[in-house]
Write a protein that binds this ligand. Structure first.
Ligand SMILES: *Cc1c(COP(=O)(O)O)cnc(C)c1O
Length: 317
């Protein structure tokens, strides 16, 4: 809806981060546009502005129409909108921010979801606040919102009989789920505080483990800490992220690699992009740990205890 409301047309190129959930790239295809994948800053996992600048220059000099840029706020850390907004303005391309994971986060004091011409947030069950499914499109521009609202509610003309001049969609959030969202929203700060707490405990635990670092941990003052991930250097630890994942799995504790980059997905194998290899390295060395705010203290202590046991055992010759 966001892409259509911003005027993206079939055949346009839409630039996004390769390190994201497939939904970001799928939305580009739904709009009939071509996804173009940009690699990430290894420190944050977010769209690398230098690579974006190269892509904008190259596509522009080919005379290709770039419909939009979709930065993604990975794991609840806002992308570098200071640089990305400057580039978007220079190249006259609208930004649609994928803030699905970053509700409650900020970048230089500005709230995630307030960047670019429009943003989306997700209320899917795994997100920091949920309505069980659905999400929200945000924009300061009345016209963008009116257009999206019209298209997402079956594109009905404002007349008594059913009159249609556009293909519409049924993408509305039901009023019942919206009410659930209002209640969740009132608890957002509390849920962010809990997730930050969880991150701090992981940070404490891994501070004593050479070769393991909290992903993006040096820059997380403005994160919502949706998910906490670690990066493992197996040359130092003697074990890989997947070794740990499997050990936790055997204890009934779920953990997962970071998103598999879009340019490595079979469905996007032919897509163009500007790839440095940073996202692939994060995918190969990263592991997201249990981070949910609904996890009980007892459950979380058990996770910490199993992690400690693994690290102790694996750390021994
Ligand atoms: C969850 C997620 C989405 C999709 O949200 P849905 O509400 O499941 O459609 C999009 N982008 C990113 C980065 C996500 O994590």
């Amino acid at each position: 809806m966001g892409l259509l409301a911003l005027g993206v047309e079939p055949g346009d190129v839409v630039i996004t981060s390769t390190l994201t959930f497939a939904a970001t790239a799928n939305s580009i295809v739904y709009a009939g546009a071509e996804p173009y994948f940009i690699d990430v800053d290894p420190a944050t996992g977010n769209l690398d502005p230098e690579l974006l600048a190269c892509a904008l220059t190259e596509l522009g000099s080919n005379g290709e129409r770039i419909g939009a840029i979709i930065p993604v706020d990975l794991l609840g850390k806002a992308a570098n909108y200071t640089k990305i907004e400057r580039l978007a303005q220079r190249f006259q391309v609208p930004i649609l921010a994928d803030a699905a994971e970053s509700l409650g986060a900020s970048h230089r004091g500005r709230a995630a979801g307030s960047f670019g011409r429009a943003s989306i947030v997700s209320f899917n069950g795994n997100k920091i606040m949920t309505t069980s499914g659905g999400g929200m499109l945000l924009s300061r521009e009345r016209e963008v919102i009116d257009n999206a609202r019209y298209l997402s509610t079956q594109a009905r003309q404002p007349v008594r009989h059913y009159e249609h001049v556009d293909i519409g969609f049924n993408y509305r959030l039901s009023n019942i789920l919206a009410a659930l969202g209002r209640a969740q929203l009132s608890r957002l700060d509390e849920m962010i505080a809990r997730r930050r707490d969880i991150r701090d405990r992981y940070r404490e635990l891994f501070a004593a483990v050479p070769g393991v670092q909290i992903f993006g941990g040096e820059y997380d003052r403005e994160d919502n800490c949706w998910l906490t991930a670690i990066l493992v250097d197996p040359e130092i630890t003697g074990w890989t992220a997947i070794d740990l994942c499997e050990a936790l799995d055997a204890e009934g504790i779920e953990s997962r690699p970071l998103w598999k980059p879009m340019h490595l997905q079979p469905i996007f194998a032919d897509a163009r992009g500007n790839i440095s290899g940073a996202a692939q390295r994060l995918y190969e060395t990263g592991l997201t740990l249990p981070s949910g705010s609904a996890m009980t203290q007892t459950q979380f202590e058990r996770v910490l205890e199993r992690l400690r046991a693994f690290v102790d055992r694996a750390g021994r010759p």
